[in-house]
Design a binder for this molecule. Sequence first.
Ligand code: FE
Length: 197
Amino acid sequence: MTDEHHHAPPTSPVEDRVAALESLLVEKGILDTAALDAVVDHYEHAVGPLNGARVVARAWIDPAYRARLLADATPAIAELGFSGPEGDHMVVVENTPEVHNAVVCTLCSCYPWPVLGLPPTWYKSPPYRARMVREPRVLLAELGCEVPPDCEIRVWDSSAEVRYLVLPLRPAGTGDLSEEELAALVTRDAMIGVARL
Ligand code: FE
């Protein structure tokens, strides 16, 4: 990446198209901007990565839930009340001492909204999308996520069909923590797989 672009990047053709479509729908009275803002606000602030953290904490303390989550994530996540658009076909991939999982959308920005909210800007950036496939270990190290050399890295490509969520390793020394305290330890980046707890 170069240092040339510290100003806001120009809008992409897709963004332009979305903006044009939105203004047209508003003009025709089909769409209400306030309603649209409310949807975005909901996913940015009410959902956020908090829901995913609750799923992870439950999986850490409840082996039967963890088994259901890994076998068929969508209904297991819905058990906690989380479902909806961009989360219809969820797959949870579990980190182990031998395997570290990381998630990308190579095509665009597919992301599990019901558990993580809206994707961060870097997740949508072309360098992240390309390098997570080409050189994940190097990219992860640059992001401050050191994966031990003997730990395999598996990269999962989210799409319109399937959205992935990483189940991070439960940190050592957390045996006495409550489910709520455990959830507070779980970060968005750990559930994307660009951080380790
Ligand atoms: Fe995508």
